[in-house]
Write a protein that binds this ligand. Sequence first.
Ligand SMILES: [Zn+2]
Length: 454
Amino acid sequence: MSEIQKLTAAHEEELIQKLSELVRINSEESEPLADAPFGAGPRDALLAALAMMEKDGFRTVNLDNYAGYAEMGEGEQVIGIIGHLDIVPANASDGWDTDPFEPVIKDGIIYGRGVADDKGAVVASMIAMKVLREMNVPLNKRIRLIMGTNEERGSRCLAYYVEKEGHVDLGFTPDGEFPGVYGEKGMVAGVYRSKHTNIRYIQGGTARNVVCPKCTVRVDKISYSTKALTDWFHNNSIQFSIENTDEYDEITVIGNAAHASMPELGVNAISYLMMGLKQAGFQDPFVDFYCSRFGLYYDGTGMGCKCSDEYGALTWNNGVISMKDGVIEGSIDIRFPVTMSARNVVRLMQDSLDHEGGSVEIIHTAEPLFFPQDSQLVQALYSAYTEVTGDTEHEPMTIGGGTYAKGIHNTIAFGCAFPDKDYRIHNTNEYCPVDELLKQAEIYVRAIQNLLAI
Ligand SMILES: [Zn+2]
């Protein structure tokens, strides 16, 4: 057993106790209050975490309940570990086997909302700082555990932190994957609109960044061939229903949700419904627009922006669709390759934005994040991972999702998920093995040592 492993293991009870205390606070975003920009839950989780660190003798600062940090060491430069204390909603009635806010340990695994995303990583980082102190590691830089409270809903916490405290000199956010994420695709978000339609009603999807799992339309009776529609759905193994009322037919397609950064894993209900209607002879300018521009593609083909680099390809997702006052509106979510710019991608689409049946408007863009794989930051973190785990098979990667690393300089996502593991984050029965939390702490100790040496 290495010294770090021994020192870390001695904090097991404390780790469980601290994590349990934080999990018991439901820190889903809620109505803002005068002293709680993201609601009482995120504020209370931040106050509890800062109190823990203060009690353990670290300097703490609360930035108006947006974010806070605990710090040790001296020097001009700051090494940041950036985690978050807010969570996505959890309801026992969604199918949890245990109360999501009352952590339970069974067979060495802790269950509860946030144990993997991201309260577990925050607590493992707290332990890592205590172990570094016990080791009397000379600190030529400040080590700062930065805790945000709005990561799941836009990361305004981190923007506030950067505004008040500036960027860090080196850092990692343990809110992604081991052995590190050196590239995050850029994003283009947009909406499409059309009033040229005979559709009476349409509703589908849950969020822009999720492949639409269910979509319903109402159309005039005998405006399409029921047989052609049914045949097409059957041929494509699509789950659907058609309900005939006196006034209209209501058609529902059931797809399969997936994250927008991996649309190939899902089945888009809007796309299959539109393609089905077209095959069934439904005459409609909007359906024509949808099928020619988006169709069943998830690589931007119909919009002229299909592209890729050596690290990955552009992905395209149609997440939600609805209709108001006769106008159909839907969302698009594009993740583009790490070596491209938002301007490149928008330029590729320029000629495809307008169509007689509808138009696409770009509403928001975010540039990609990219560090060369052989950069000091990526190498320092990667070698900490290999030293502690012995795993040299997995390598740092690029992803389509976005993390805190996009919002603060000199930072990449590192941890907290171990390769090929599914902790059911954002899902029911979220869990994390206790020995993995300790392993995380060990890796963070080594990582900080390596960063101190840069
Ligand atoms: Zn997270």
